[in-house]
Design a protein around this ligand. Structure first.
Ligand code: HEC
Length: 228
């Protein structure tokens, strides 16, 4: 058997020639691969605009981010939980796919929040989805900044402190008992959504800034949004 170290130089020369050849042959396919990537992103953006169920305000917004954000929000399940009122209000009368009807999203309740998921323990605070639409500041979900939004999505922190942890031995409708952590969002799938890339979170935020404001119930309800 020939010792490996004697084979190496020859093998390396062949490999080098191969790399050069491959490099020459693949220069155009490589360019095409990059274009494919861009095309794929571009089609998500266009698909996002095609499926947006509400009028979008693109003024001062990054169009590509809004389109990608629409794609992520509307093929994801945000509105499933963040519709205002019971789940049935998510669709227009006659537009409920679960009834076998052609899908028509109800723009009046779109991402307005308010769906009640009940209490995590008997007698405790109900977990209710939040209003994600922009208020008069133009910032979504109750005027949170992008860095707050990233923090919420990555860590689940409840910056609005709507349901603190109950004191030991006390349970009432204003708190949630251990082992649930009152300072963390419950039900909201942040443990999964927190793994989205910064770019995708940016796109979701940009999209949520472009959708119409839903005023929700009057103040001081935490679901209320000042639209004007
Ligand atoms: C399974 C239901 C569900 C889904 C799906 C869901 N959410 Fe939520 N979300 C909730 C609930 C419930 C709350 C409030 C939790 C609480 O009060 O503990 C919430 C809270 C939030 C908050 C905090 C709002 C604030 O003002 O601090 C943000 C932001 C949010 N959701 C964004 C999203 C986005 C964006 C999507 C889709 C990508 C999404 N959610 C999908 C149920 C859901």
């Amino acid at each position: 058997m020939i010792p490996r170290k004697f084979v190496k130089p020859a093998a390396a020369a062949v490999a080098f020639a191969g790399i050069m050849l491959a490099g020459m042959l693949s220069s155009s396919p490589r360019v095409r691969a990059t274009d494919d990537d861009d095309d794929r992103k571009e089609s998500k953006v266009e698909q996002g605009f095609d499926i947006a169920p509400v009028h979008l305000n693109l003024e001062g917004k990054n169009r590509k981010l809004v389109g990608l954000g629409s794609y992520l929000v509307n093929t994801g399940v945000c509105n499933e939980c963040h519709t205002s009122g019971p789940a049935i209000t998510q669709f227009m009368p006659g537009g409920n796919p679960f009834f076998g009807q052609p899908k028509m999203i109800n723009s009046a309740t779109y991402l307005g929040g308010g769906r009640d998921f009940g209490a995590p323990a008997p007698g405790a605070a109900h977990i209710i989805s939040r209003n994600l639409t922009p208020d008069k500041t133009g910032m979504p979900e109750g005027g949170h900044t992008f860095s707050e939004f990233v923090q919420i999505m990555r860590t689940g922190v409840d910056l609005d402190h709507l349901h603190p942890t109950c004191a030991p031995g006390v349970v009432n409708t204003g708190c949630i008992p251990a082992p649930f952590r009152g300072d963390l969002l419950q039900t909201m799938p942040w443990p999964a959504m927190g793994d989205l890339t910064d770019h995708d979170l940016r796109a979701i935020y940009e999209y949520l800034s472009a959708i119409p404001c839903v005023a929700g119930p009057p103040a001081p309800s935490p679901l209320h949004n000042d639209c004007f």
